[in-house]
Structures are given as structure tokens and as C-alpha cells.
Design a protein around this ligand. Structure first.
Ligand code: Y39
Ligand code: FE
Ligand code: FE
Ligand code: FE
Length: 230
């Protein structure tokens, strides 16, 4: 198999690239905006961790600024309506969980699922990105591992009491991720990102996170394919 490099295949100035970028760039901007809000909300639910969570929220706000600059650099206007619709289901589930004080569910949605999705997408995007966006994304992805780690550490420390809640939250939210991936498959491909690679990287990150929290291999097998055929 030959690996095509971004510069041989992608024309960042083409209408087709810019059209796909208007949606993917918006998704990333909206995702970073919602991540900022989600960490602030988690900071209220976890008073012992407010300072750290406010710090994570500030990182997300910086990421948003960085990706807005990436769009401007390519003269692309992000399609924010598309992005809000893209996140609506996960966003609604996070809000519902927060209103009920379900901290483990909120952490599974933001710190595990969304962070693993971001890490997979950014890892796959970096080698295909234009040089400006590549530099920005390389800085961002390092932070996302920190966010994932926060969720892992808290959920591991509370594993016995949150295990059943996490299993239900996984059942409710993982199928949404596969639908989200299907919704961006065509645009991602235009940016040089293959769906198979995104699924593979997501699975590696997410199953690794579940393992770090305390789930057995058997449990992870059952959980991580949940809704995959949805
Ligand atoms: O924690 C974070 O910063 C995550 C909110 C950002 C979400 C990024 C979502 C990436 C999905 C891109 C899909 C491309 C195929
Ligand atoms: Fe981020
Ligand atoms: Fe993050
Ligand atoms: Fe990877």
C-alpha cells in the first residue's frame, strides 16, 4: 500500500476542498465551543476540581480560536448551523445528564467519547492538513490527551459506584458517534481522512480509556462495538 501525502493529492484552494472544509472546520469550532462550556459545567458539578476544570475550559477556548484562524487562512466560512445540528444529540444528552447531576455520564460524553473522537480526527488530519492548520492541530491534540486523562482519573477513582451508570451512558451515546461519523464520512474523505482510519483510531483511544478506568477486556469488547452497525 502506498501512502499518499497531502501535498500530492489535496488542493487546499479548490472549491471542493473549501466546501468540505466549511463543514468539518465548523464541526471542530462548535465542538471546541461546546467542550469549553461542558468543562465549565463540570467545574460546577465537581467543586473539588473547579480550578482544574476551568483551566481545561480555557484550553478549549484557545483551540476554538486556533481553528477559526485555520478557516480564515483558507478563506473558508464555517457552516455553524450544520455543526450545531451535528452535535445536537450528544449536546442534549450532556445537558440532560448535567441537570440530573449525573457526573459520570457527563464525563463519559465529554471527556471520553468527544475527546477520543477529537484525538482520532486530529491524529488522522495532521498529516493531510495545510501547513498552517497542521501546526495548530499538533498543539491542540496534545491538550486533548490531558482532557481525556482527567476523565479517566476521576472515573477510575469512582469506578465501583459509577460502573453501571457508565455502561448505560455508553449504550445511550456510542451509537450517536457512529451516526456522526457517517454524517461526515464524505467530507472527511475530501480532506484526506478515511472513515476506516477514524473508526480504528477512535476504537484504540476509547477502548484504552475504558481499560484505564477499570473495565475488563470482555466488558470493553461488548461496550466498544455498541451501536456500531447503527
Ligand atoms: O475536546 C475537544 O476539544 C473536542 C471538542 C472537540 C471536538 C472535535 C470534533 C472532531 C470531529 C471532527 C470530525 C472529522 C471527521
Ligand atoms: Fe479541544
Ligand atoms: Fe478537549
Ligand atoms: Fe492514533
Amino acid at each position: 500500500m502506498t501512502t499518499a501525502t497531502a501535498t500530492t493529492v489535496l488542493d487546499y484552494t479548490s472549491d471542493s476542498y473549501k466546501d468540505a472544509y466549511s463543514r468539518i472546520n465548523a464541526i471542530v469550532i462548535e465542538g471546541e465551543r461546546e467542550a469549553h462550556d461542558n468543562y465549565l459545567q463540570l467545574g460546577e458539578l465537581l467543586p473539588q476540581h473547579t480550578d482544574e476544570l476551568v483551566r481545561l475550559a480555557k484550553m478549549e477556548a484557545r483551540h476554538k480560536k486556533g481553528f477559526e484562524a485555520c478557516g480564515r487562512n483558507l478563506s473558508v466560512t464555517p457552516n455553524m448551523e450544520f455543526a450545531q445540528a451535528f452535535f445536537a444529540q450528544l449536546h442534549g444528552n450532556f445537558q440532560a445528564a448535567a441537570a440530573e447531576g449525573k457526573i459520570a455520564t457527563c464525563l463519559l460524553i465529554q471527556a471520553l467519547i468527544i475527546e477520543c473522537f477529537a484525538i482520532a480526527a486530529y491524529n488522522i488530519y495532521i498529516p493531510m492538513a495545510d501547513p498552517f492548520a497542521r501546526k495548530i492541530t499538533e498543539g491542540v491534540v496534545k491538550d486533548e490527551y490531558t482532557h481525556l486523562n482527567f476523565g479517566e482519573v476521576w472515573l477510575k477513582a469512582n469506578f465501583a459506584t459509577v460502573k453501571a451508570e457508565l455502561e448505560q451512558a455508553n449504550r445511550d451515546n456510542l451509537p450517536i458517534v457512529w451516526k456522526m461519523l457517517n454524517a461526515v464520512e464524505a467530507d472527511a474523505k475530501v480532506l484526506g481522512m478515511e472513515k476506516d482510519a477514524l473508526v480504528e483510531d477512535f476504537m484504540i483511544q476509547y477502548s484504552g480509556a475504558l481499560e484505564n478506568i477499570g473495565f475488563t477486556t470482555r466488558e470493553i469488547m461488548k461496550m466498544s462495538v455498541y451501536g456500531l452497525t447503527a
